[in-house]
Design a protein around this ligand. Structure first.
Ligand code: F6R
Length: 241
């Protein structure tokens, strides 16, 4: 694992946006795996600005997001599709039909997961996967469990994760109980992984991800086995290392 130290959130966002800038400039047809949540908001904002000001060009790129809540459609302000449209897709020149998220409105879980795996395969796999880190070590919505799930699957969100995501909803009861997530196997198949993390409250998860045993109880620890992972973390997130 390569570790890049950032002074603060702004610096972390800039360093990560630079890596994506290089990826898309060197390989315009890149397939980018993307994450939602608070952590990537700053870097998405920069990518939007660089598209307008520095000719960053996403017109040949494809994006595949990690996850989506079950039961939330694209126009629901708390869905991840809406989040991606607002924070990134509407600010860059990507073609809408080259942006993929699991179908949260599918009534058939197995079918929704199969279809997402088909999409990942048809894009030829992921060139650069961007990840955030959950307080409990989750990546995507792969929660701590007894195994590392390989493929896209439906997952029951832990109470910890529902509580921590409640800030995006009107009330904590509105947070869905289930979501679809890309599996650990698909994440590990990405050619490069860039994980962004900031804040003191994530420091225990960062320590366990980098120094702890590789275990599905701390899903991000599996990244120790990937040959090309870059962790970009601010000083606060690194305070326990
Ligand atoms: C969301 C996702 C999650 C988040 C994680 C951290 O697509 O993949 O694993 O990255 O929950 O969320 P924030 O950035 O809000 O702390």
């Amino acid at each position: 694992m390569r570790l890049i130290r950032a002074n603060d959130y702004r610096d972390m966002s800039k360093k990560a946006a630079n890596l994506i800038f290089s990826q898309v400039t060197l390989h315009p047809k890149s397939v980018l795996g993307l994450a939602t949540g608070s952590t990537p908001v700053g870097l998405y904002e920069l990518l939007g600005r660089w598209c307008r000001e520095k000719n960053l060009d996403f017109s040949h790129a494809t994006t595949i997001n990690l996850d989506e809540y079950q039961g939330l459609g694209p126009t629901d302000e708390t869905s991840y599709r809406y989040f991606m449209d607002t924070h990134l897709f509407h600010s860059i020149n990507i073609r809408e039909n080259r942006t993929f998220l699991p179908d949260g409105m599918s009534e058939n879980e197995e079918e929704a997961c199969r279809e997402y795996e088909r999409i990942i395969r048809s894009c030829g796999g992921i060139d650069l996967q961007l990840l955030g880190l959950g307080h409990n070590g989750h990546i995507g919505f792969n929660e701590p469990s007894g195994c590392f799930p390989a493929h896209t699957h439906a997952v029951a969100l832990s109470e910890n994760t529902r509580l921590s995501n409640a800030r995006f909803f009107k009330s904590p009861e509105d947070v869905p109980y289930k979501a679809y997530t890309m599996g650990i196997g698909s994440i590990m198949k990405a050619k490069k992984i860039v994980l962004v993390v900031n804040g003191e409250e994530k420091a225990p998860a960062v320590r366990d991800m980098i120094r702890g045993p590789i275990t599905p109880r701390m899903p991000a620890s599996v990244l120790q086995l990937h040959p090309d992972v870059t962790v970009i973390a601010d000083e606060a997130a690194l305070s326990l290392l």
